[in-house]
Design a protein around this ligand. Structure first.
Ligand code: ARG
Length: 407
């Protein structure tokens, strides 16, 4: 009897790299490979995925519907944080990876595996998220990234699959690397790699203009979470999809950016995230109406930090958890509705907002007869506000720091 082989749980997308990885981990590294495919909203045939994994040599193939887990534990906190990396990217892929890391660890525990593996290459952020995520959740597990070590080009991987008769997807040269979940779609490679080149139309699926009329939609929030559309209660998954459909069909939701990867590379990437972006925009607007000024401004600063932590694979970190608690506290009164208007090509505007707990006070803001503001208070306030710099100007500022002709 030969020694039992150690087990390894591989995050499996069904693409060329992860399919070849099943065979490679089995034959080059001596593992019994168990695959895990998480459904985060990308339409894939789970039967087909399982068959593909088993045919490549996996001993078991799990497919997990993780959409609800993704929405509740990853998308919700991100919406409350108003997270946009570099101010524009709603982190769709970056939110999915720590969830997959968690599922890998769960299956590893259930099956007594000694290692987990993923199909990421050495140049991207996703390896960082899988490696660091797994190590923080299960420091004892080994993390393997076959595509980081095997040094095969795409053509080599196809040849490897042919040599070992591993069935792979149609081998027509794949132009783009695409990752999709219910919060958005990331597109890399091909013509997009030239930052000056206008992105070609063909990789887009969620933001092609199919409707040239303009439309209005009203998103309702409770404690910072979107809960209704046009006055009717709507669960988050359906809401992201429906808002995405109505705005994406008018061309809204494309992002074209040069991105700062964690590994020091600048890369040109395009995204389509119509639902996520429209909801984040509406949420920001409602915060303008409901958050106290200092909380509002401090939150903006910390949103950037949270986005960087999550982008950089620090989902399971103490700072990220502490910031979550801060954001959750800020959201207690972010309740109300925001009305949006969208029209082709891709123009989205907020046209109104209201809240039962708005800090907007018409009496204080108005210039008409309903004015309740105490005008007389302003003069003393403003004088003291500027007193320090006024004193400085009189005693220390140089003449050339003042406007007007130099004496
Ligand atoms: N650059 C994005 C990020 O780091 C998207 C990565 C998408 N991954 C992919 N294999 N296409 O979050």
């Amino acid at each position: 009897m030969s020694e039992p082989r150690p087990r390894c749980v591989l995050a499996f997308s069904g693409g060329l790299d992860t399919t070849v990885a099943v065979h490679w981990l089995t034959n080059e590294r001596g593992f019994e490979v168990i695959t895990l495919s998480a459904d985060l909203g990308e339409t894939k045939d789970s039967e087909e995925l399982q068959q593909r994994a088993l045919r490549a040599g996996a001993v078991a193939a799990h497919v997990v519907d993780a959409k609800e887990l993704f929405l509740t534990n990853f998308v919700w906190p991100s919406l409350q944080a108003g997270a946009l990396y570099q101010g524009v990217y709603p982190l769709a892929t970056a939110l999915g990876r720590p969830l997959i890391a968690r599922l890998l660890v769960e299956v590893a525990r259930e099956t007594g595996a000694a290692a987990v593996a993923h199909g990421c290459t050495a140049k991207g952020n996703d390896q960082v998220r899988f490696d660091v995520g797994t190590r923080t959740l299960a420091p004892d597990l080994e993390v393997l990234a076959p595509a980081r070590v095997w040094q095969m080009t795409r053509a080599d991987a196809v040849a490897y699959a042919e040599k070992w008769s591993i069935p792979i997807e149609a081998t027509a040269e794949k132009i783009y690397s695409i990752d999709e979940n219910l919060f958005g779609r990331a597109i890399e490679c091909g013509a997009i790699e030239d930052p000056w080149a206008k992105p070609p139309e063909d990789p887009y699926t969620l933001t092609r203009i199919t409707d040239t009329t303009s439309a209005e939609l009203t998103i309702g929030f409770e404690e910072g979470l979107p809960v209704s559309l046009d006055g009717a209660a709507c669960p988050l998954g359906a809401l992201i999809a429906e808002v995405g459909e109505r705005t994406g069909s008018r061309g809204f939701g494309r992002i074209d950016m040069v991105e700062n990867r964690r590994v020091g590379i600048k890369s040109r990437e395009v995204y389509e995230c119509p639902g996520a972006l429209a909801i984040i925009l509406a949420h920001q607007d409602l915060e303008d109406l409901t958050l106290e000024r200092d909380v509002h401004h401090e939150k903006s600063r910390l949103e950037t930090r949270w986005s960087e932590l999550v982008y950089d694979g620090m989902w399971y970190s103490p700072l990220k958890s502490a910031l979550d608690a801060f954001f959750a506290e800020t959201q207690r009164y972010v309740t109300g509705e925001v009305r949006l208007e969208v029209s082709a090509p891709g123009v989205l505007r907020v046209t109104g907002r209201r809240s039962p707990v708005a800090l907007y006070d018409h009496g204080l803001a108005t210039y008409d007869a309903a004015d309740t503001f105490r005008h007389a208070d302003a003069e003393g306030f403003v004088r003291l506000w500027g007193l320090g710099v006024q004193t400085w100007a009189a005693r220390q500022s140089r003449a050339d720091e003042r406007p007007g002709p130099t004496p």
